[in-house]
Design a protein around this ligand. Structure first.
Ligand code: E4P
Length: 218
């Protein structure tokens, strides 16, 4: 399973990229706006910090303007993935960009029917939002199971299921069990995945016993 990080914070991106565990980055207009930075400059720096796909979202709602924005964003770096909303114009742009050799992430997906359309439009990634469904008392993971199952029926579908709106490590584990290709994690969730109280407790006692032995390795 690939791990993307879901942030536009360059300090977090650089820090987590150093772990070697980060395969890409996703941003959205809300995350980008929080930084107060020029969007194009921000994406340029993120794309330079991480070798994998970096999702940058168009903000136009109509096809012709989406295509113009996508052209600007694609020119930044070859790893920039154009994020388009799950709308008729978004899918039209998805089809045009992928046919032209670009990568596209279809975002704001909340149903299996939408995910089918995104695959049909040639999306590189489809982003179902599990946390936002859970917030409405709908089961986000059930949607992931449905999409993975449907895509598995058709070997011609190359669209990768990118689990988005992840709120905690259990979402990541559940998505991995279902065979989702990618999860995009807020930095906090990726850091939480390292942690277990028994790891801390075990390490503390190993270190105490080792110190008592008086030995050193170096
Ligand atoms: C990722 O591509 C999405 O923009 C993101 O995961 C949304 O997460 P949220 O529901 O926590 O805002």
């Amino acid at each position: 399973m690939k791990f993307f990080i879901d942030t536009a914070d360059l300090d977090d991106i650089r820090d987590l990229a150093e772990t070697g565990l980060v395969d890409g980055v996703t941003t959205n207009p809300t995350l980008a706006a929080k930084t107060g930075r020029s969007f194009v400059e921000l994406i340029r720096e993120i794309a330079a910090a991480v070798p994998g796909p970096v999702s940058a979202e168009v903000t136009a709602l109509d096809f012709p303007t989406m295509m113009k924005e996508a052209e600007v964003l694609r020119a930044i770096a070859s790893n920039v993935t154009i994020k388009v909303p799950m709308t008729a114009d978004g899918l039209k742009a998805c089809r045009a960009i992928t046919r032209d050799g670009g990568m596209v992430n279809v975002t704001l997906v909340f149903s299996a029917a939408q995910a089918l359309l995104a695959a049909k439009a040639g999306a590189t990634f489809v982003s179902p939002f599990v946390g936002r469904l859970d917030d409405l008392s709908q089961d986000g993971m059930e949607l992931i199971a449905d999409i993975v199952h449907i895509y598995d029926q058709y070997p011609g579908i190359e669209t990768q299921v990118l689990v988005a709106s992840v709120r905690h490590p259990l979402h990541v584990v559940q998505a991995a069990k279902l065979g989702a290709h990618v999860a995009t994690l807020p930095p906090k969730v990726l850091r939480q995945m390292y942690q277990h109280p028994l790891t801390d407790k075990g390490l503390e006692s190993f270190m105490k016993d080792w110190a008592a032995s008086g030995q050193t390795i170096l």
